[in-house]
Design a protein. Structure first.
Length: 442
């Protein structure tokens, strides 16, 4: 403040610097530390530690408040009940498993899931949905097409804020909300979608102290392929910008299979039996060829057709997620032209950016320039030299094609090893190559 008086600048500049510094410190302490990412202090466990400390203090005759103790126990019980209800939903719908039959097995699964979920924060966010903002831009997928790297590029260079993620995960946390694909008890009601994003007062404070607009995004990679999501996004945010990633279908199939194989091992670590829920059809496929045949079966095609008509407020069990599980839609995921056309029809071609994963690392500066124009409310298309079509974009948001300082990191990659489950027969390989050729033409 003294420096502001001497230099003749407004004191608000000092408060802006203080706010930015405090925000960075808070981000480091709360978001980037090892112990939080490992789930040591998820919300239920934090309240549990508080109850334990108060119990010890009371037993030793130290400072003790009966009111605070009662409130802490009440909040702890509410968190446990909510966490158990959330676990009962995600085990069959997200992990595609049945709960263990034994009481000890069920207790172990619930305990492990309480370590990687945020039930109290879910409740808090649902109750304060009315006071939260909505995203300005979406990275809708496709899965295994560079969406994690693209999201990191947005956060690091455009300072875009991500959504709340209900799981402790090293790469998906702060990127994917999973709301519109039904992870929150199947709820996809447009009103409660706000629960995944920052408070309006937080956005106001950021803009007041930094003088910059706070943009928000959702980077759920399953939104492109889930047939009902486009309509819901259009209902909630009719003027949003859309970014889609595409990739060679053969590479996408192999990468998604390996990613989901690792996710199945995650389910094993939770003590879940191999049995699948009754509402799944021929799931899980044993290898990539079975997964491709399943996705082209009449039953799965029928589910995708029915899914187009879904509007919520709750999704049926067979639709959460994909439909029929994450490995049932492989060929539907790589029908890029059909899925992207759905968004172009809803938002217009000028509000949709298609980003091939191969171009993401080659020219991230050019891609960021297009996205920054989209965020500023204009067209994602490259401006021409004619004065009529040029837009004035703030200098801080303009990125050059030749900007070598910008680097797209490779994140959330799968192993380069090729397990035997990825081997395809000659006929299936030919079918995939034909489908790839058609997609490239489209």
């Amino acid at each position: 403040l003294t420096s502001c008086r001497i230099n003749g600048t407004h004191p608000a500049h000092a408060f802006r610097h203080i706010f930015v510094s405090f925000n960075q410190l808070l981000s480091f302490v709360l978001m980037d530390t090892y112990w939080l990412k490992k789930g040591l202090f998820t919300d239920v466990r934090l309240v549990g530690w508080l109850v334990l400390v108060q119990s010890v203090m009371g037993a030793l005759g130290g400072p003790f408040s009966k009111t605070l103790y009662a409130v802490s126990i009440g909040v702890f019980v509410i968190g446990i009940v909510t966490g158990v209800l959330f676990a009962r939903f995600i085990v069959p719908h997200v992990f595609n498993r049945k709960l263990p039959m034994s009481l000890s097995g069920v207790a172990y699964t619930y305990y492990k899931l309480l370590l990687i979920t945020y039930p109290l924060e879910i409740l808090w966010r649902f109750s304060t949905a009315w006071a939260r903002c909505l995203p300005d831009i979406y990275v809708v997928g496709e899965v295994r097409c560079g969406t994690t790297s693209l999201s990191a590029l947005l956060v690091e260079n455009l300072h875009v804020r991500g959504p709340f993620t209900p799981y402790v995960h090293p790469t998906l946390q702060g990127k994917e909300s999973f709301y519109l694909v039904g992870h929150y008890w199947g709820c996809v009601h447009p009103y409660f979608y706000r629960m995944c994003f920052p408070l309006l007062i937080e956005r106001w404070a950021y803009e007041a102290f930094t003088g910059k607009r706070m943009y928000v995004y959702d980077g759920c990679a399953q939104y492109l392929n889930s047939p009902w999501v486009c309509g819901l996004i259009k209902t909630v945010t009719p003027d949003a910008g859309i970014i889609t990633g595409i990739r060679d279908p053969k590479g996408q199939h192999a990468s998604w299979w390996k990613f989901e194989a690792a996710a199945q091992k995650w389910g094993d670590s939770l003590g879940l039996p191999p049995s699948v829920p009754d509402f799944r059809i021929s799931y899980p496929p044993r290898n990539l060829e079975e997964a491709l045949k399943l996705s082209e079966s009449k039953e799965i095609k029928s589910l995708f057709t029915r899914a187009l008509a879904l509007k919520g407020p709750f999704l049926p069990s067979w639709a959460v997620p994909t439909p029929n599980g994450q490995l049932s839609g492989l060929t539907h995921m790589t029908r890029y032209s059909r899925n992207i056309q759905r968004y172009i029809d809803a938002f217009g071609p000028k509000r949709v950016i298609v980003s091939p994963v191969s171009k993401l690392s080659e020219n991230p500066g050019f891609l960021l320039d297009r996205i920054s124009r989209l965020l500023e409310g204009g067209s994602a298309e490259t401006p021409s030299v004619s004065g009529e079509s040029q837009r004035v974009v703030p200098q801080e948001r303009v990125f050059s094609r030749q900007d070598t300082r910008i680097e797209a990191k490779r994140l959330n990659t799968t192993s380069s090893a090729r397990p035997p489950q990825l081997t395809l027969s000659a006929d299936m390989r030919r079918d995939v190559e034909d489908a790839t050729r058609r997609e490239v033409e489209d």
